[in-house]
Design a protein around this ligand. Structure first.
Ligand code: ZN
Ligand code: ZN
Ligand code: ZN
Length: 348
């Protein structure tokens, strides 16, 4: 088998960050597709929604009202998944049944006072403001002595469980580094120890050389479909420079990140002419007081839509019980995204 055979032959791909295999089945996409053509999902057109708990001036929770904010707005989640003021405590039985109290801070960042805007339809300078808020929040939360990790993530669309279309993301800062960043950091440490190089610097070099999975790029960042992608149009954004977190970005890179976030998400919306749903988030070095030379700042976009505004991928059967699998290749997905316009379909 040579590299060309991979385009039509089922194969496994190694994910060096998660150290697991992804089963790719490109031959399955050659099956005829007889499903109906779906209409784009409706998008909100309200600039202000009196019922929205994120819009400026509205009541948010009992006895809490949002200020009349005009740019971005950050607040502590009124219904947080974790709490900062809980006493440390551990339970353990035979090394099998174990629990420990976890402190955390959960915040919400509204990207804009406008209820109907999202990253792909916001202006460059507006997205830049959001990037600045992420950097400020990362610094502020990461500086808290007991906070070891800051996770910034966005769920967009009802499919991803977003409860409100108002453009916003969440930040969860907590006492322990969560599973996936731990695994990625371990993989990057191992690679650094063995090869004397950063795993993602080296991976990015190979991807730029090849070019087939690159979606778009600028001076600071590259958006690409990772070789080991699982979700249909999964992408990663990688910084060209070896950065550990938001706090390492210079002004040009803040501008560059805003630019690539817009250009990538415009393509996503244009793909099926819908407000494309996804979960996305940034992976940054732990804020545990240690040095993390291995860690390379990046973002993941994990979108569930498969071939229209309503046909989505579910993780079921083999994937839940054995391992991930996909039908379209990373190269095919990258080509489709790359060839889309950078002008949002709303603009005609
Ligand atoms: Zn709103
Ligand atoms: Zn690097
Ligand atoms: Zn990651």
């Amino acid at each position: 088998m040579d590299w060309n055979d991979l385009r039509s032959t089922p194969h496994r791909r190694w994910n060096p960050l998660l150290r697991e295999w992804v089963l790719v089945s490109p031959h399955r996409t050659q099956r005829p597709w007889l499903g109906k053509v779906d209409k784009p999902a409706p998008v909100t057109t309200l600039e202000y929604d009196p019922e929205c708990y994120l819009c400026p001036g509205n009541a948010r929770a009992e006895a809490v009202r949002n200020p009349a904010y005009t740019e971005t707005f950050v607040f502590d989640n009124d219904f947080p998944a974790m709490l900062p003021d809980v006493a440390a405590s551990e339970l353990e039985e035979s090394g099998l049944i174990a629990a420990r109290v976890e402190r955390g801070i959960c915040r919400v960042v509204c990207f804009s006072p406008r209820h109907d805007l999202t990253i792909p339809v916001m202006k460059q300078e507006e997205v830049r403001k959001v990037v600045e808020v992420w950097a400020k929040q990362h610094r502020e939360l990461g500086d808290i002595p007991w906070v070891k990790h800051v996770q910034i993530f966005e769920n967009r669309g009802i499919l991803m469980g977003a409860s409100n279309p108002h453009p916003h993301c969440q930040i969860w800062a907590n006492e322990q580094v969560p599973n996936i960043p731990v695994r990625e950091s371990a993989a990057m440490s191992k690679f650094l120890a063995a090869k004397g190089k950063c795993l993602l610097c080296e991976y990015l070099r190979l991807e730029i050389e090849d070019g087939e999975r690159v979606v778009c790029e600028n001076d600071g960042f590259v958006a690409l479909v990772p070789y080991w992608a699982v979700w249909p149009f999964e992408t990663m954004i990688l910084s060209r420079r070896h950065l550990g977190s938001f706090t390492d970005l210079n002004e040009t890179e803040e501008e560059g990140l805003a630019d690539i976030l817009r250009r990538l998400t415009i393509r996503y919306d244009n793909l099926f002419e819908t407000a494309f749903p996804y979960s996305m988030g940034f992976h940054q070095e732990a804020t545990d007081g240690e040095k993390h030379p291995e860690f390379h700042f990046h973002a993941h976009y994990l979108p569930p839509l498969l071939r229209s505004a309503t046909v989505q991928k579910y993780m079921v059967g083999y994937e839940l019980l054995a391992g991930p699998q996909r039908d379209i290749t990373a190269e095919g997905a990258a080509a489709r995204l790359r060839n889309l316009s950078e002008r949002h379909y709303w603009d005609g």
